[in-house]
Design a protein around this ligand. Sequence first.
Ligand code: UDP
Length: 492
Amino acid sequence: MASHTTNLHFVLFPLMAQGHMIPMVDMARILAQRGAMVTIITSPVNANRFRSVVDRAIEADLKIQILELQLPLAEVGLPEGCENFDLLPSSAHAVNMILAMNMLEEPAENMLKVLCPPPSCIISDGCFPWTNDVAKRLNIPRVVFYGPGCFAFLCVHIVTSTNILDEIDSDSEYFVMPGLPDQIEVTKPQASTWGRGDTKESTQVFERMVEAEKDALGIVVNSFEELEPKYVKELSKVKAKRVWCVGPVSLCNKSFQDRAERGNKIAINMQDCLKWLDAKESGSVIYVCLGSLSYASTEQAIELGLGLESSNIPFLWFIRQPSEEFEEWLFKEGYEERIKGKGLMVRGWAPQILILSHQAIGGFVTHCGWNSSLEGISAGIPMVTWPQFGEQFLNERFIINVLKIGVRIGMEVPVIFNKLDESKEIMKRDDIKQAIEGLMKNDEEGEARRKRCMEFAVMAKSAMEEGGSSQRNMTSMIQAIIEELAKKKTPV
Ligand code: UDP
């Protein structure tokens, strides 16, 4: 297999959002470790964020390169440099970003035409349906990648391919999602935040993605079979496609540097953070990080701060972009001084997988982005679930009802991604305190939860090891590509 793989050249098109780019870059390294050549195509700002990761891979003799394509930002009314969803002036600009990304078809095709050696496979984010047209014109097999795992993806398929949601009037009542192997209840808004547009244009975007997916050779998923065996099977059945679970891809980061620096420059002196954690008892600290895109109003940030302070649990809280008013509140209250010793608040980007694997961490408050969820699972850490938008409520259901490794914070109503600052639902300090203390308890329930977490972490690790399910699935995906290439070369 290795000798065949060395002849392959994979071209990866990640969506310009951290939750999509980070796992794709990990996937690039896994493919390159198999001996393949890998080209990642992205815009200059995104290329820069991953430059050091890729440089380290090159130093380790992996055949990886990043090629840059300029996003037509001015043409869609975006300021210079806004090349990722986490760099937009506001989430309302998401639609401009999608427009810009959809204008990459022609330049991307021109780039692929002159690529040497010529590409043997495109792995593209499902959100770039135009890569299907390019793949067809250039006669290259295409594999599609989406962010979520099989559970959420299956739910999205069910609600987009049936009229189940049209039959439900209430926005607050829970209904049993039909067609799932387990009895899972959701509300209509929780089930409809991904895959169904709310305007004619966004509906068309999703429809085009589904159409493009039909031509794909298969679907590659950042998950592992042992985590969701029934859902992997069911997804493959309903999609009538091969589904290759090749994760958790974050586990390919073995060295300290690779685990510390992923996707962005980290916010703090890592040594300070690690020193702080080193001084804490094993499994005693709750880590709080709500992903790369989540938004917390000043009111919500204050409640979270007070909830953390009032709980009896030490905490490490990474906050992405505190508002000016929140900074004023922090200063006026002397909050950071007050929590000293018990809590550490850090502004900016967390070295997340490094933190999650630290022995002091015993719980994770997460927004249930799929990567964060899977990283928590891989580290064997139980989670307080605080979903906000997209498929995050579905991931919450998976963590709580299927895996039974979390405690809900109690968020009920999803926010629409392009209206993040319109969120009306505020989690109160007492809800936050209660959920955290509930998760960290050493009672029978807490012990059982921790035991399940450890079991999943062991399974995750084995899946990625030699002979493990994710390793075998990667081999089987490569084999399918080789066979497809052979077919394409044979004139009909
Ligand atoms: N992440 C990180 N540091 C941060 C915030 C996020 O390393 O401060 C990483 C996290 O480990 C994960 C990704 O960014 O790999 C976020 O993806 P996810 O699907 O969890 O959520 P999203 O940000 O897409 O909502």
